[in-house]
Design a protein around this ligand. Structure first.
Ligand code: AHG
Ligand code: MN
Ligand code: MN
Length: 322
């Protein structure tokens, strides 16, 4: 078992980025504790507010957001943050070298059923001359991330992180209070017989996704000639963790439920960080038109189509769009 910092030094991560990562992890340890005590501390259920995206905020969404935001903005390492739960970016230290985008709690609908939730984060370098209040600093593609990760508040609290030298798994060791490296250079198996999609939206999908999923469901008597299993945790952190661990295809495709909102997942703090982790583990992270991390963002809260996971299966899916 290796502690966090030696593993980061092996990957030649600059010291100021290591300090920021340690700050982020301090926040996640506190969130992990609050999550475990939520029922006892009166933190189940919703607030009376909605976030800028019109989604009801759970009490824990707000608590996790405030914790994460405060600790980052006070650290001195961060020029600005952007969060799912903030209308726009929030300025920090003028000399801060980094920008952090985050989803303080992913899978909020799982909070009240004591099921999987997590925190997702993505780090970019801040332009030196920009003002902390300038939200345009965040308009950088996923290719420019210097670190991405998530912390999964499951039976173990696990950190999954990349700084561009592979994707690694760490577990929070509560006996000494730090994250220990448990698996280095995780690899997503290239082939899979498992997929993850919210099947209840089937009638709203575009024709290529309809055909692809219908061929998977046909199993060994269909064109794919093998049976597929389906899983849906309703928390991207949980579904992506399974894909990183044993392979699979995860998708939230575009749909026509609401013509103003063809996609569900957010680019900056869901799709980009997960794409970095998946690609660093040898998988693919795509929309039906190209690599997610090549997208030049136009808005902090912009949404995107997501098809990611085992390389050969993502390619098989994209074949239906040609
Ligand atoms: P959040 O809880 O941060 O709003 O994100 C939920 C996202 C994602 O984690 C998950 O994959 C998806 O929404 C679940 O969507 P459905 O409600 O359609 O299952
Ligand atoms: Mn989310
Ligand atoms: Mn969230």
């Amino acid at each position: 078992m290796q502690r966090l910092a030696p593993a980061l030094r092996e990957d030649n991560v600059p010291l100021d980025l290591i300090s920021l990562i340690k700050t982020i992890l301090a926040a996640t340890k506190e969130i992990s504790f609050r999550v475990s005590q939520a029922h006892l501390g009166g933190l189940m259920g919703s607030t009376l507010d909605e976030n800028i995206q019109g989604e009801v905020q759970k009490k824990l969404d707000v608590v996790a957001n405030e914790l994460f935001k405060d600790i980052l903005l006070e650290s001195g390492f961060v020029k600005a943050i952007s969060s799912e739960e903030e209308d726009t970016s929030v300025g920090g230290d003028k000399n801060g070298k980094f920008l952090v985008s985050f989803d303080p709690l992913d899978g909020s609908s799982n909070i009240d059923i004591n099921s999987l939730i997590g925190t997702i984060f993505s780090i970019h370098e801040a332009p030196e001359d920009a003002e902390p209040s300038d939200p345009d600093m965040f308009k950088q593609s996923g290719n420019r991330q210097v670190c991405a990760g998530y912390v999964l508040y499951g039976p173990s609290t696990m950190l999954v992180m990349t700084t561009g030298s592979g994707t690694h798994f760490y577990v929070l060791d509560r006996t000494h209070g730090g994250y220990l490296l448990v698996e280095r250079n995780v690899q997503v198996p290239q082939d899979t017989q498992e997929f993850a999609i919210n099947m209840s939206n089937q009638r709203f999908w575009q024709a290529p996704m309809q055909r692809y999923i219908s061929d998977l469901l046909a199993g060994d008597t269909g064109p794919r000639g093998k049976n597929f299993n389906m899983r849906w945790i309703a928390a991207m952190v949980g579904d992506i963790h399974r894909v990183l661990t044993r392979g699979g295809l995860f998708t939230y495709p575009s749909d026509n439920r609401n013509p103003e909102k063809p996609y569900k997942l957010r680019l900056m703090y869901e799709a980009n960080p997960m794409s970095f982790l998946i690609e660093q583990a040898g998988g693919l992270a795509m929309t039906s038109e190209g690599r997610i991390m090549d997208i030049e963002p136009s808005d902090i809260h912009q949404r995107v189509e997501v098809i990611m996971g085992s390389k050969n299966e993502v390619e098989a899916c994209l074949g239906y769009y040609k």
